[in-house]
Every structure is written in structure tokens, then in C-alpha cells.
Design a protein around this ligand. Structure first.
Ligand code: SF4
Ligand code: SF4
Length: 266
């Protein structure tokens, strides 16, 4: 084997090994590739995730715990939360002007089998909030494709405090457009807040930085809610809802294309 091959092998082995300190973790985030995400979005997520690591380390959080929060999605959710707060402070609250109101739940009629990409921490919280309601009538008694977390009569989310970021990020200026969308007729009006795109990019970067041992997983919202409401325990729910690794990349790329298209129109 040539010296160059040995160097490449050593670099690959170093990339696979867990980072032993926060500086090493931040360096990996800065070096991580995120193909398919527009560079501006990727850079925003990269800076925010590296800052998350450095700030946690400065507060004395052990590197293993920081890595755990990157893997289970708490880091990505924190980043999105901060971005949204900053937007609101600038007078750019993404919910401003939205028609959203309690009991208006066309957005909880979920497309396909998946219903939305959520992280391990979100799956855990959603399951814990719904498990005590197992066996009660759920949103599907109102509409066959409604989220099982929905109350079929009041059409309120029964896991409101634990709802994932995708639910918190979705707004619309026109409830009638949401009703049309739920019926499969495309209509403008609904949008995902920009912070959601940063969250997807940050979770993708966490996966790239932590490597295969990091177990940065995603789950199907609808399946977690269904399993919890049908009385399955958290581990069974996770197994039923676990995404293939490609799902996060596909979601990131889809969102990136939509973001670019929206900017092109703006
Ligand atoms: S996103 Fe649409 S359906 Fe959901 S609460 Fe807002 S207006 Fe209603
Ligand atoms: S978790 Fe709650 S807000 Fe999210 S889709 Fe289900 S019912 Fe709607």
C-alpha cells in the first residue's frame, strides 16, 4: 500500500471514530458536507450547530452528552427555536398574518403514510404525551388521514405541548387553501417557516459529523402517533416508525428545492 493510501485510510478511520472533545466535534461540523441543501441554508445550520457545541462545552456539558443531543435532535430543535425567536424579535414572526386558529386542523390531515419527519427526541415526547390516551377515539374518526394525535370532536391537538417542530412550523394565510390541499388539490397559502429548513440541515450535519456510530435517526410522525394511540410501547412505536437513513436526505433536498423556488418567486 502506498503512503498516500495509508494517509487516506488513517483519515477515514479518524472520521469514523467518535470525537473526544468539543473542539473536535465542532471541527467535524465545519468539515461536514451537505449535498442537496442550498449553500446559504447549509452555512446557517453549520454555524448554528458549531455554536451549539461550543456554547454547551463552555457551560461544562460533557462531549458525550453534546453528541447525544445532536443525535436525538435536541440540538436541531434548539437551533430552530432560537432562529424563530430572533426572527420574531426582528418583527418577522412566521405566524404573523396566519389564519391558524384552535380547532382548524386541515393541516393535521397528513399526506401519505409518513405524515412528516421527526427526530428521536420528538418521537419520544410525542409517544409519552399520547400513551395515556391509548384506546380513545382519535383524529381518524374525523378524517381517515388525520393525525391520530388529534381530538376528533374538538379537532385540537392532544399532544400540543409535545408536538414536533414540523407542526409548529406550518402556517397558512388561508384555511380554505389548507382544506383544498388536504383534499389533494394544490392551493397556495401554506408554508413551512424557514427555521424548519435550518432544523433539517442541522440534523443532516449532525449525522455527517457524528458518523455511522452517531445513530442520527428520523421517524414518521403518523406512525409514532398511531402506535402510541393503539397502546404500543415506546420501543415498538420507534421500530414501526423508524425511517430508512435516506429519508432525512430526501426531505432535506425537497425542502431545499422548495426554498429555492420560493426565493425565485420572491
Ligand atoms: S395551517 Fe391551515 S389548517 Fe392548519 S391551523 Fe393554519 S390555517 Fe388552519
Ligand atoms: S401532532 Fe398535533 S399538531 Fe401535529 S399533526 Fe398531529 S394533531 Fe396535528
Amino acid at each position: 500500500m502506498s503512503r498516500a493510501d495509508r494517509r487516506r485510510q488513517a483519515a477515514a478511520a479518524a472520521a469514523r471514530a467518535p470525537a473526544t472533545d468539543a473542539a473536535g466535534l465542532a471541527a467535524r461540523i465545519r468539515a461536514a458536507k451537505l449535498p442537496g441543501t442550498p449553500p446559504e441554508l447549509a452555512e446557517r445550520a453549520r454555524k448554528a450547530l458549531a455554536a451549539f457545541v461550543e456554547s454547551a462545552a463552555a457551560r461544562g456539558v460533557p462531549v458525550a452528552e453534546i453528541a447525544r443531543h445532536m443525535a436525538d435532535g435536541r440540538a436541531a430543535a434548539t437551533i430552530a427555536h432560537v432562529e424563530r425567536e430572533q426572527a420574531t424579535a426582528r418583527g418577522q414572526d412566521p405566524a404573523k398574518g396566519a389564519a391558524c386558529a384552535a380547532g382548524c386542523a386541515f393541516c393535521c390531515i397528513l399526506p401519505g403514510q409518513d405524515g412528516g419527519t421527526i427526530t428521536a427526541h420528538e418521537a419520544e415526547r410525542l409517544h409519552a404525551a399520547l400513551a395515556p390516551l391509548a384506546g380513545q377515539p382519535d383524529g381518524r374518526a374525523w378524517h381517515p388521514n388525520a393525525c391520530p394525535a388529534l381530538d376528533p370532536d374538538s379537532r385540537m391537538c392532544r399532544a400540543y405541548e409535545a408536538r414536533p417542530l414540523i407542526c409548529r412550523s406550518y402556517h397558512s394565510a388561508d384555511a380554505a387553501a389548507c382544506e383544498a390541499n388536504a383534499a389533494g388539490e394544490p392551493a397556495p397559502g401554506a408554508r413551512l417557516a424557514g427555521a424548519h429548513l435550518t432544523y433539517l440541515a442541522a440534523h443532516g450535519l449532525a449525522r455527517a459529523a457524528l458518523g455511522p456510530r452517531g445513530r442520527v435517526e428520523t421517524f414518521a410522525l403518523r406512525e409514532v402517533a398511531r402506535a402510541a394511540i393503539e397502546g404500543q410501547d415506546a420501543e415498538t412505536a420507534r421500530a414501526a416508525a423508524r425511517h430508512a437513513p435516506s429519508a432525512l436526505d430526501a426531505e432535506r433536498r425537497r425542502s431545499g428545492r422548495a426554498w429555492k423556488a420560493a426565493r425565485g418567486r420572491g
